[in-house]
Structures are given as structure tokens and as C-alpha cells.
Design a protein around this ligand. Structure first.
Ligand code: TPP
Ligand code: MG
Length: 630
């Protein structure tokens, strides 16, 4: 070992000292990678990471109420920052740690960077079993933190202080890689966190991680240009990668030069403004008739930054042209190769720039462009129709979405994750800037909404944040209302109460199951009521508005559409988190538009409606395709 200057620090102090000096740079712009650390302290981290954060207040500590929620805050923060910045999360050992597992899955599935620092059991073992330890008769080399392995892109356990010298650079490599990013988990045994070691001073120097814009293979680009020129009916599917790469400007030029229309995934909505004449809006199971009709007979699909989830492909039924083929632009070879596509492995922005120069002089046939524009206009009329419904006695979700869209600032960010709202929003939300629509729909995790809203507001304090949340999601996790008040980060939370699960209720009915188990109501004769329950239905005495008020929010209760509009205006002058509470209709849904989602139906049943649903499902399944390349 050569002579190095060293600093004697605890392992935890070394981690924080390292994290606060990590920067990223893309396109010449530098910024710190970590905006601080969220955490809940217990005996597993109080003397380690807790003490280190106390000693280094320049690395801001934020207090959460729930460990899952704090990871969701970090996920939403990273998404808003296009993956160029995130937060670390510290938890105690045991339940505090496993509470973060769901958050880790949310991050990894959505390809968003978060650094998780769960406490772990004593490395020295002599005092085992310690409080909250999972024991095993087969090995001592196991803890609940092993649960993070499948949901982390990098996982490690630090059983000696000097291991951070090699683990933290690996963590940074993965977190800052657009290809590999997701949750990174470093299990930190409670004793090791507090142990000191003489760390080389050089470890703590300012370090800048360059985020590359890799370009695809030149030959593949040439093939792609030839495929596009040969295509009669090409379609772009814009996914989250368009937004993360900040490729919306070049996408618009690409579309205008070539005349190729665009359908957007859940993560990619916002790639093109809603009023662009070649925007077909949402695609797939929750898509518009405009995008879904064009997809049906597209002969070439150009997927940009998309994972091709079942919602996007309508469970592989969206593309019915017998010779349909795919060009996939993606930083990750894994995604670029899906559907046996011609893969353009590279950054979306850089790739579109190169591809566009090769397409100089090419454009789709005028009749094709005109048809896309016509469909765009027809879809807008349909949105208008739904925005204008004034359902009685309870308003419909579609008209309420319209009011939020029209009465929120065009610069605002709307966030949602689960329930019937995401599908309706995907279809109906008129997106006015690339960050206007924030849907966590990779994991569609109930409870993300409010915590996610907080992460967005922290990442973009200059924007208004509208959280759209159902009563089910609200009940699952409303705890970070308190954090939003503590940190003075105002959220406007729009709470739709329909006495339970509207989404799963309608799914249940479509499977012949009568909404069983999806309503919030008292059991009758020991059975929870379904949708055919009549006068005997007894609702629960729950007051969600009072609940929100008790957490410190400003609450406005609405009965009618007019109340709702007034509330949306009134909250604009309130200076802290506000909740607009309204009951809406469980049965008045936004229709599906020529698409499908494969959810299995019971193959054997004594219920005739289940048998009918099974027959319809078997029929539809025959339209599912394998895409085996051309
Ligand atoms: C953590 C989690 N558990 C279960 C589900 C399955 N799920 C999807 S939507 C939903 C109901 C959501 O209810 P609510 O928030 O009231 O929205 P609504 O369906 O009424 O619009 C359930 C249980 C999920 N997505 N996430
Ligand atoms: Mg509900």
C-alpha cells in the first residue's frame, strides 16, 4: 500500500461524506446527485447513519412517517429530475428495512435511481439473536435484507468498514447508468455503521459522473432509415425514455419532418403536447381510439424508450398487421431487442438526431398524415364530450378530471399511480409540458400518490403539484401529508371517494364476479356485499375529510361539480397542503377504446356469468401475437 493521507471516520460518516461529494454531468451541466437523505431512526441506524447526518447537516436529513413512503418520495424526486438527481433513504433494522422493499421494487421496475441504506443485524454476531432478527437454523449469513436482492439493481452488505471503498463506487456506477439504474441497496450492520476506520482522504474528493449519450451502431441506423422509407404506415410509440433523455424537442422535429404519428405510453405521456396535430394520445389498453386504430394496422412500430408493458401492447393484441415489424430506440439492449426488433441501442435524443438526418426528404404519404390528423381531432371531440358530462347525483370521474386539467396551471404537475384514475387520466389528461403528467404505472403501487407528490414538489418547488388519489390508495398511505406540512411543501390533493375499489370492482364485474370484495361496506350475514347488494348495503362510518384535517391539511369538502370547481380555485391561495374531498360515481366509467388487457378468467366455475366471461376471454386471446421479426 502506498502512503495515503487518511481520515478516521465511522463507516456511516464515511458513507455520508462520500455521498455529499457525488455529482453528475450531462450535456456539460453539473449538479449534485443526492439532494439529501430521508430516514426513520431506530436502534439499527441511530448511532450510525443517524449520528453521521447529525454531524454533517449540509447533507440534509428529512424525516418520513413510513419507510415505504420515503422511498416513493425518492422515486418521484428522481423521476421529476429525469434521473439526474435522487435521495438516499436510511432505515433501522428489521421492519423498517423490509418496509422499503416495496419502494425498491417501485424504483427498479420504473428504472429510477434510489439509494437504500437499511440497517442490518450485528456483523460480529456474539449478541445474536438481536431484536427484530430473522433467525435461520441453516446459516448465520442471512437477514431480512436479503429480500432486497431481486428488487435491487445492485445489492451489497457491508460487514467491514473498508468495504465501502469498493461498494460505494459500484453503487454510483449503477445509479447513474441510464441502462442499469434502479434501487441500490447497501445493508449496513448496526455495529459496522458505528465502527471507525482510517479512510483514504482521496475517497471523499468531489467526483463527477458523466452521463453519456451513447449513439447506436451506424449500420443499424442505416437499416432503420431504409425500413422507415419502405413503410406505408409507421407509428412512433413514445415511452418514458423520451422524457428522461430530454428528447421531446427532437421528437417533435422528427414527427413534423416525417409525418409519423405518435402514441404515448403511461411513462411517455407528455412526449408531445396534446394539441399537436400528429399526437394520437395514449396507446394500448388505456389508450385512445386514435392511437389504437393506427396501431392495429401499422406496418412499422418505432418504439422509443419503452419497455412494451402489457398496457402498451394491449397484451400483444395492439398490432395486427401481418408483417408488422419494430425498430426500438433504447439505451438498454434488453428493451431495444423486444419483439425481435431492429435494435438501435442508444440515447433517445442522440439517436433521433442521427436518424433524422438519414431521413432527409422522406415523409409519409399525404393521405396517411391526413388520416392521423383527422383521428387526432376526433379524439379531442371525445375528450370534450367526457369533460362536459354533468352526472347526477354524483359527478363522474371524467368530468372531475376535466376540471382539474382546466383549472390547474399549465405548468403544474399531476401525479397518480393506481385505481381507476390512471386509465382515465391516460386517455383524458391534456398534457401541456413534458412533466405535466406523472404516473407511476410500472408498479402501479397504491400509496405512491401523496408520497410521490411530496417528492415532485421537493424536486420542482416552483410548480403546483396536484395529487389525484382514490379512497383506497388514500387509506393505504396518507402519512406523508404530515411531512409535506413539516417541510412546507404544498400539495393539492384531490381525493375521490367511491366507497372502495372502482377499478377492481369493474374488473370483477367484467370477469363475472359482481364486484366481490371491492366495496367498503359492512358484511351482511358474514359475507361482504357485491354490486348486486340492494337496500341492505350498509356503508362504513369513515370520514376521510376529517382524517385529512387531523393531519394538518386544509380540507374542502365538495358535493357537486360546482363545489369542486370553486374548491380548485380556492386552494390556489392556501399556503399549505390542501385536500379537496369529493364523492364520485362508482359505475360511471370512461369507456375502453378498441383495446384489451389480458386478465385470466376462471376456467371452471358454477357461476354462469363467469362461464360467459371465460368464453369471451378465450376468443380474445386468439388475437395475442408473438412478434418473431422479419
Ligand atoms: C399496493 C397495492 N395493492 C393492491 C393493488 C391492486 N389494486 C389496484 S387498484 C386497487 C383499488 C384502488 O382503489 P382506489 O384508490 O379507491 O381507486 P378506485 O379504484 O376506486 O378508482 C387495487 C386494490 C395495487 N395496485 N397496489
Ligand atoms: Mg375508490
Amino acid at each position: 500500500m502506498n502512503q495515503q493521507t487518511t481520515r478516521r471516520l465511522t463507516t456511516a460518516q464515511a458513507i455520508i461524506a462520500f455521498l455529499k461529494n457525488q455529482y453528475v454531468e450531462r450535456d456539460g451541466e453539473e449538479q449534485t446527485f443526492f439532494a439529501g437523505c430521508f430516514g426513520i431512526f431506530g436502534h439499527g441506524n441511530i448511532a450510525g447513519i443517524g449520528q453521521a447526518l447529525q454531524q454533517m447537516p449540509e447533507f440534509r436529513y428529512y424525516q418520513a412517517r413510513n419507510e415505504q413512503a420515503m422511498v416513493h418520495v425518492a422515486v418521484a424526486y428522481a423521476k421529476t429530475k429525469n434521473r439526474l438527481q435522487t435521495l438516499a433513504c436510511t432505515s433501522s433494522v428489521g421492519p423498517g428495512a423490509t418496509n422499503m422493499v416495496t419502494g425498491a421494487a417501485t424504483a427498479t421496475i420504473n428504472r429510477l435511481p434510489v439509494l437504500l441504506l437499511p440497517g442490518d443485524i450485528f456483523a460480529r454476531r456474539n449478541v445474536a439473536p438481536v431484536l427484530q432478527q430473522l433467525e435461520s437454523e441453516h446459516t448465520q449469513d442471512i437477514s431480512v435484507n436479503d429480500c432486497f436482492k431481486p428488487v435491487s439493481r445492485y445489492w451489497d452488505r457491508i460487514s467491514r468498514p473498508e468495504q465501502v471503498l469498493t461498494a460505494l463506487p459500484e453503487a454510483m456506477r449503477v445509479l447513474t447508468s441510464p441502462v442499469e439504474t434502479g434501487a441500490v441497496t447497501l445493508g449496513l450492520p448496526q455495529d459496522v455503521q458505528a465502527e471507525a476506520y482510517a479512510f483514504p482522504t482521496a475517497f471523499f474528493q468531489r467526483r463527477v459522473w458523466h452521463i453519456a449519450r451513447n449513439r447506436p451502431d451506424r449500420r443499424a441506423l442505416g437499416h432503420a432509415a431504409a425500413w422507415i422509407c419502405a413503410s406505408q404506415r409507421p407509428l412512433v410509440i413514445a415511452g418514458g425514455g423520451v422524457l428522461y433523455s430530454e428528447a421531446t424537442g427532437i421528437l417533435q422535429r422528427f414527427v413534423e419532418q416525417t409525418g409519423i404519428p405518435v402514441g404515448e405510453t403511461m411513462a411517455g405521456k407528455g412526449s408531445l403536447r396534446f394539441d399537436h396535430p400528429l399526437s394520437l394520445g395514449a396507446i394500448g389498453a388505456t389508450g385512445t381510439f386514435a392511437a389504437n386504430r393506427v396501431a392495429q394496422d401499422a406496418d412499422l412500430v418505432i418504439g422509443i424508450g419503452t419497455r412494451y408493458s402489457d398496457f402498451t401492447t394491449a397484451s400483444k393484441t395492439a398490432f395486427q398487421h401481418p408483417e408488422v415489424r419494430f425498430i426500438n430506440i433504447n439505451v438498454a439492449a434488453f428493451d431495444a431487442s423486444k419483439h425481435l426488433a431492429l435494435p438501435l441501442v442508444g440515447d433517445a435524443k442522440a439517436t433521433l438526431e442521427e436518424l433524422l438526418t438519414l431521413l432527409d426528404g422522406y415523409a409519409v404519404a399525404e393521405s396517411y398524415r391526413t388520416r392521423s390528423q383527422q383521428l387526432h381531432r376526433e379524439w379531442d371531440v371525445e375528450v370534450e364530450r367526457i369533460y362536459a358530462i354533468r352526472n347526477q347525483p354524483l359527478p363522474s370521474q371524467g368530468e372531475l378530471i376535466g376540471a382539474v386539467n382546466e383549472l390547474s396551471s399549465p405548468d403544474a404537475i399531476m401525479v397518480c399511480a393506481a385505481g381507476s384514475l390512471p386509465g382515465d387520466l391516460h386517455k383524458l389528461w391534456r398534457v401541456r409540458h413534458p412533466k405535466n403528467y406523472h404516473l407511476e404505472y410500472g408498479y402501479s403501487c397504491m400509496g405512491y400518490e401523496i408520497a410521490g407528490g411530496l417528492g415532485i414538489k421537493m424536486a420542482a418547488p416552483e410548480r403546483d403539484v396536484y395529487v389525484m388519489v382514490g379512497d383506497g390508495s388514500y387509506l393505504m398511505m396518507n402519512s406523508e401529508i404530515v411531512t409535506s406540512i413539516q417541510e412546507n411543501k404544498k400539495l393539492v390533493i384531490v381525493l375521490f371517494d367511491n366507497d372502495g375499489y372502482k377499478s377492481i370492482g369493474s374488473l370483477s364485474r367484467s370477469l363475472g364476479q359482481d364486484g366481490f370484495g371491492t366495496r367498503y361496506a359492512y358484511p351482511s350475514n358474514g359475507v361482504l356485499p357485491g354490486d348486486t347488494a340492494g337496500a341492505e348495503l350498509r356503508t362504513l362510518p369513515v370520514d376521510l375529510a376529517a382524517n385529512a384535517r387531523s393531519l394538518g391539511a386544509h380540507v374542502i369538502e365538495c358535493k357537486t361539480y360546482a363545489d369542486f370547481v370553486a374548491a380548485l380555485e380556492a386552494v390556489q391561495t392556501v399556503d399549505h397542503t390542501s385536500v379537496i374531498y369529493i364523492r364520485n360515481d362508482r359505475y360511471m366509467g370512461v369507456p375502453d377504446y378498441e383495446s384489451w388487457w389480458d386478465v385470466p378468467v376462471a376456467e371452471a366455475s358454477e357461476m354462469p356469468q363467469v362461464q360467459r366471461a371465460y368464453a369471451a376471454w378465450s376468443q380474445k386471446r386468439t388475437q395475442e401475437h408473438y412478434f418473431l421479426g422479419q
